[in-house]
Design a binder for this molecule. Structure first.
Ligand code: GAP
Length: 492
């Protein structure tokens, strides 16, 4: 069987099968907004379920749903109002706008100047502007030289109620609502530190140049977990997770500034080397690694990356990201951040409410470590990584594991025949009763139905044929090997 990775296969599949669709495209191509079709939504929800089984069930986080709208003072305190910006280059001739650091990246990439390319992430806005002017980088639309650079704030602004003085913003991360509610949660529930609060939800960022399908969006979903703890306490009460399983987990890790790529290490080794600053942070690294394994991301396709100081977000003292190798290059899909007590302290000051809590009889303003995973971006990178261009079969397919595949089984009657169709519906019904994700199809030749099932990553196809009517056996075809086995219906 000749099987090779294909770089562009994913768009062909996602478009043909409506896995995701450009939003409001029939009016205007605005960019950065996508809708999910039924298959895409199933895959997205399945990834979310894997996240929930680990971060909510295993870690024992309280799952919440907080407001998408945030009034201005919240984002003033969190620092987003002043610092959540990207450098924007505006063409004074045609008015086109570009993300300045990305333009510079492209320029150095084309010149194959990899040293300068690597230095961009440490550059200040002034240095980026100087490099754009010195290199006479041109506007991609009209070809004139770019002259003007500004800081562009990524928050989407609106007004709350009829009084425009009350500005509101769509949240840029789900985390803020968790910080605001933590004190109330600690009163309603008997919180003892460490304690985790998690949420999945939509966030909005007015990206200057959204691109690469689900990788850079203006509206997307995050799965975030905030783990609150007392930095002076050594307690490790992480529900079903033991420190032994955390420290022995092996991961691939890229040290900050290391050009050679990842090395293998256990989380315990990274903790001893202080690459992982606390046991709580180590726990999130462990859960993220488990999550990548459980959604079926091949080990060779991803690694953790230690973030250089100059690249850290304003609230973080240290970050370890997850990067996946895709056809667009390495893409960050998650960030684990040591947020200290930055957020609770800022909101205590901003709201004039003391957000410290009582834990084991001690008053503490907890520190927070966070695991923030981009759901859409992770889904895209997973699909991109798992496309198989199978020349022998003559079609491309997705090697999705059962945890995330939209359906585990497809059920086919061999051909149009009342008896076969009746028996196939019985099998489909039996699977549904067993809460197994499955679908029925009698449209097209059996080969075409296999191809359509493979294409969306269905692991097994069950075919009902004339032998089924005699002996209650069916064939089960394995997507990965294309081998077929005969089993009795009761053994499925
Ligand atoms: N609360 C921390 C936080 O929001 P972040 O690194 O800005 O951290 C976390 O975002 C994750 O959200 C990223 O690792 C990425 O997967 C996803 N993400 C960020 N910006 C995105 C965008 N414009 N489009 C799609 N996903 C995005």
């Amino acid at each position: 069987m000749i099987v090779e990775r294909d770089d562009s296969g994913i768009t062909e599949i996602t478009t043909r099968r409506g896995i995701y669709i450009k939003a409001f495209d029939i009016y205007r191509d605005i960019g950065g907004f996508y809708d999910y079709g039924p298959i895409g939504l199933r895959i997205k929800r399945n990834i979310e379920s894997v996240w929930r089984s680990l971060f909510v069930d295993k870690l024992g986080a309280m799952e919440v749903e907080t407001s998408i709208m945030l009034p201005e003072p919240v984002l003033k305190s969190s620092g987003h109002l002043d610092t959540f910006t990207d450098p924007l280059a505006r063409c004074l001739n045609c008015g086109a706008t570009f993300r300045a650091d990305k333009l510079l990246e492209k320029f150095y990439e084309e010149k194959k100047d990899f040293a300068s390319l690597a230095s961009i992430k440490n550059m200040s806005k002034e240095e980026i502007e100087k490099a754009i002017l010195e290199n006479k980088i041109k506007c991609e639309k009209c070809g004139k030289e770019l002259k003007h650079l500004e800081d562009f704030n990524l928050l989407f602004k609106t007004s709350i109620g009829p009084f425009t003085a009350d500005s509101g913003f769509l949240r840029p991360e789900t985390a803020q609502g968790i910080f605001l509610d933590f004190k109330a949660l600690s009163k309603a529930y008997p919180i003892k530190l460490p304690a985790a609060v998690a949420q999945v939800g939509k966030v909005f960022r007015n990206e200057i140049s959204p691109r690469q399908q689900l990788i850079r969006l203006r509206e997307f979903s995050q799965m975030e977990t905030e783990l609150f703890f007392d930095p002076e306490s050594d307690r490790f009460d992480m529900n079903e997770i033991s420190i032994e399983e955390v420290i022995k987990k092996k991961v691939e890790f890229i040290d900050a500034g290391e050009p050679k790529g990842p090395r293998s290490a256990t989380i315990g080794m990274l903790f001893e080397e202080k690459k992982v600053p606390s046991k709580q942070f180590a726990t999130l690294v462990y859960l993220c690694a488990e999550m990548m394994d459980e959604i079926g991301l091949p080990k060779a396709a991803w690694s953790f990356r230690e973030i250089e100081k100059a690249e850290l977000p304003h609230y973080s003292r240290g970050n370890v990201d997850i990067e996946i190798q895709t056809s667009y290059g390495a893409v960050e899909v998650a960030g684990i951040a040591d947020r200290t007590n930055f957020d609770l302290k800022s909101h205590s000051e901003g709201s004039k409410n003391d957000l410290s809590i009582l834990s084991y009889g001690k008053k503490v303003l907890p520190h927070v470590v966070e695991a923030s995973i981009g759901l859409d971006r992770l889904m895209f990178c997973l699909l991109d990584t798992l496309v198989v261009n199978d020349r022998a079969r003559g079609w491309k397919w997705l090697r999705l594991n059962s945890n995330v595949a939209p359906y585990k089984y497809a059920v086919f009657p061999l051909q149009h025949d009342d008896e076969l169709e009746k028996r196939a519906h019985e099998v489909e019904h039996m699977l549904k009763e067993m809460k197994v994700r499955s679908y029925y199809s009698d449209t097209g030749s059996i080969g075409k139905r296999y191809a359509r099932a493979d294409e969306i990553g269905v692991p097994y196809c069950i075919t009902i044929d004339y032998d089924t009517l005699k002996d209650r056996t069916v064939t089960i075809r394995d997507r990965d090997t294309a081998e077929q086995k005969r089993v009795r219906i009761e053994e499925i």
